[in-house]
Design a protein around this ligand. Sequence first.
Ligand SMILES: NC(=O)c1ccc[n+]([C@@H]2O[C@H](COP(=O)([O-])OP(=O)(O)OC[C@H]3O[C@@H](n4cnc5c(N)ncnc54)[C@H](O)[C@@H]3O)[C@@H](O)[C@H]2O)c1
Length: 344
Amino acid sequence: MQSPFSSVRVAVVGAGIGRAHVEGYLAAGAKVAVICDLDAPRARALAAKHGISPRIETDFSLVLSDENVDAISICTPNSLHAPMAIEAMRAGKNVLCEKPLATNAEDAQAIADCARETGRVCMVSQVLRFRDDVLELKRRAGETGEIYYARAVSRRRSGIPKWGGWFTQNELSGGGPLIDTGVHTLDLAWWLAGCPVPLAASATSYAKFGPHKHHLGAGGAGNENGVFDVEDLAAGLVRFAGGFSIHFEASWAINAERDERFCHLHGTKGALLWEDEPKIVDEDGEIETLQSRAGSAWKREMEHFLGCVRSGETPDPDATQGATMMRILDALYQSAREEREVAI
Ligand SMILES: NC(=O)c1ccc[n+]([C@@H]2O[C@H](COP(=O)([O-])OP(=O)(O)OC[C@H]3O[C@@H](n4cnc5c(N)ncnc54)[C@H](O)[C@@H]3O)[C@@H](O)[C@H]2O)c1
């Protein structure tokens, strides 16, 4: 059967996690018309892996001027998200931008404003929202009564990415594990709770290992002579309207037994537990382990984005949600710097 998206032509910019976007688009039946990366061999290798022959570009401006491109996935370092997303929408393209939407709330808001002004679709790639176990938890969130408290943990024991490359330079990344991996679980907790309005943030952050090149991830150092000026651990609390709160931790480096990633939401009638084996717990403590784990989250994410491109509907998450998340992250970083709670 012909895919409803076979006429949508996309460009993927950045061939790192861009590989998952290419996979998702192909699975959804869209045409990957262009892969753009400063590193042309990396872009070519990605195309070859999938047996496709898109145009390979190293110059983003040539993607913008290509009238055959309807939508662009932005999978470049964080500091390029805002300039690229804004230029793309001004050139008439729809945008799927990797998380975090930007490196600060002001830039993220500029993206959201541009989406409104141009009428283009602008979605943030928060792929966890498209996992089938997460979708099942979301469908059943009502069973847990009033959700009032969540814990969101994204703990890597030894996982500093590409030390000295863009990830560990504040100017290019906007921060360390909080903005990198923490944003996934924070966003998940926030979304499962219905995206309440954030009120205040309180955090601490540390850099005990990064500056000494300890606890590097599997890829080792990206640039031995580079910079590490971000946190390697952040922890804290975000308060929301209505009393809901998220207690979080995000680390790239910590002395601990193992890596952990989970998001627990606690309600008056039960709990939603997203972890290795997602579960729903009722008020009597009865545990139901969710079984379904089928299908690709990336395919589902791309189908949602492509559907919005075709219909003009607002994607979930849109740039406004991404900008709200950036205000939360900005406030958390400010709180850690100033050692006080910060209003959002
Ligand atoms: N959703 C997820 O699970 C997930 C996972 C990994 C990364 N990410 C996000 O994706 C983005 C990229 O991360 P990554 O791990 O792929 O990084 P990466 O460094 O592996 O890849 C980034 C690529 O962008 C290319 N690039 C840089 N500047 C460019 C430009 N001006 N024009 C064209 N290409 C350019 C680089 O050459 C590089 O190949 C980040 O925002 C990151 O937060 C998301």
